[in-house]
Design a binder for this molecule. Structure first.
Ligand SMILES: [Zn+2]
Length: 475
């Protein structure tokens, strides 16, 4: 019945009236909180139930946890990496079990029917080692280079996520075992005449054991090809093939740049990775808030470079800006569950609709601090009867115009809004306004023949809050 009603609405509503017109508002705003860690993650302290219950109090409509998928690192010491092997395995979703984890999320959905629960995971595709234990400088690199994987619902798809050191991933390397097996066989044959043949058997066995791990992901993972981005691309493709989304998490985070202690004298270190946006393709987006604003998201940064590649036809899919919390406990490091939000325009608030909206870029993200919040009630391109929302492409006609409205929700005191409109990777217009910024700007014809222009919007409110809207394309 509901579907029929929407169909009726679609058929009877002219295109321009689909979006926030009079009393017909087929699109509704849904606030989504992304990237929260429950006590199933290594450092998480809060149960999923407690998270969901708090989400209701914080005005969150859609909850997308992103518990750590796998924290398992293996080190093999040369020259016998298979024999002299150490594994560090901490609690995570794989250890907990993908099936019971998904059941927990389903139960959460049943217990909190007003909340839309979308499954998510935080995944580090690959890592590498430098140094040597004997020198006291053994270092694990890039264990925090994270991709958020959203929307995978099949436990088997999760269990087999292609991640280095996931024991369920890869092919058994029979070829590598062939020579050791021959040696063992030869040793056994020798033993009939010469008891010392046992030595050959033992050598063969040790050689065989040294081939560990027997099951390995593609070479790109173990070789850390293209500085790890070949493995990341493989993971992105795997998730796409199974209907999920991928989001580069905190690409500028510098908190792991200095080596930190992992275990005794073993160190770990992760360099910021703003280049990840250009080194990979076909992912859905990146975390703009907290850790993607300055290098990736600033005008002309790697986000704009990726959008320009898309406009020029060098990249198949555009890249969207997400707000991610990286929350593990309310109030920790000043983070509240509503500190970073994604505001989506959806027709209904199902899990599928939320994922589809993310895939299409029909949302903006906002950072709010000290109770201040920015609300965007309009961000459209009007071109004749056609109205384009964030993530959409509209055809340019001479009276095409960009419309926007952003306001500070807090009515008290003075609030200055600094507005930046970015056109094709460059600052196009800037405004300074108090409390509410409203604009209706005529759009020039597209700059390049055969490629769309794009417009995106950044708003800052002095020291408190910030907002980033996903681009609208004009052809
Ligand atoms: Zn992370």
């Amino acid at each position: 019945m509901k579907t029929l009603f929407f169909l009726f609405l679609l058929l009877t509503t002219p295109g321009s009236r689909l979006y926030a017109q009079k009393d017909e508002v087929p699109y509704r705003r849904v606030v989504a909180a992304l990237h929260l860690h429950s006590n199933i993650s290594p450092n998480g302290r809060t149960s999923l139930q407690a998270i969901a219950s708090l989400a209701g109090k914080r005005g969150i409509d859609a909850l997308i946890p992103a518990d750590t998928f796998l924290q398992r690192w293996e080190y093999g010491m040369p020259p016998l990496p298979g024999l002299l092997r150490a594994t560090h395995y901490r609690k995570c979703v794989l250890k907990f079990g993908p099936e019971p984890y998904l059941s927990l999320l389903h139960k959460l959905q049943t217990d909190f029917p007003k909340l839309t629960v979308v499954p998510g995971l935080e995944v580090a595709p690959a890592y590498r080692w430098t140094g040597h234990p004997a020198k006291g400088n053994l270092t694990l690199h890039e264990p925090q280079r994270h991709i958020l994987v959203l929307g995978l619902e099949n436990p088997e798809d999760i269990r087999r996520l292609p991640v280095l050191s996931n024991p369920a991933v890869g092919d058994v390397r029979w070829k590598n075992l062939l020579l050791p097996a021959l040696l063992v066989a030869a040793g056994v044959a020798l033993m009939f005449r010469w008891p010392a043949g046992l030595i050959v058997v033992v050598f063969g066995l040790l050689w065989g054991v040294d081939q560990r791990p027997f099951r390995r992901p593609p070479e790109a993972y173990t070789a850390f090809s293209r500085n790890g981005y070949a493995a990341a691309q493989h993971l992105i493709d795997y998730v796409n093939a199974r209907g999920g989304l991928t989001v580069w998490a905190h690409p500028e985070a510098s908190n792991w740049q200095q080596p930190q202690k992992l275990y005794r004298s073993v160190l770990m270190q992760t360099e910021p990775y703003p280049e990840s946006l250009l080194e990979t393709r076909d992912y859905t987006g990146f975390g703009y808030f907290w850790e993607g604003e300055k290098i990736v998201g600033s005008p002309g940064g790697t986000w704009d470079q990726s959008l320009l590649e898309y406009a020029l036809g060098k990249r198949e899919n555009p890249v969207w800006a997400f707000g991610e919390l990286d929350w593990s406990e309310e109030g920790r490091l000043g983070t509240r569950m509503d500190s970073v939000q994604n505001v989506l325009w959806v027709k209904d608030a199902t899990k599928e609709a939320v994922l589809d909206c993310f895939r299409r870029g029909r949302f903006y993200c906002v950072l709010q601090q000290k109770g201040h919040s920015l609300v965007m009630s309009d961000w459209t391109v009007e071109s004749g009867k056609r109205l384009g929302l964030a993530g959409e492409t509209v055809e340019w006609i001479p009276d095409a115009k960009l419309r926007a409205r952003v306001a500070v929700e807090e009515p008290e005191g003075s609030h200055t809004l600094y507005v930046t409109l970015v056109r094709n990777g460059k600052i196009w217009k800037q405004f300074r306004e108090s409390k509410t910024w409203r604009a209706e700007i005529p759009l020039p014809p597209p700059a390049g023949a055969g490629r769309p222009d794009y417009y995106r919007l950044l708003v800052k409110e002095e020291g408190h809050s910030a907002l980033a809207a996903n681009p609208i394309f004009v052809n």
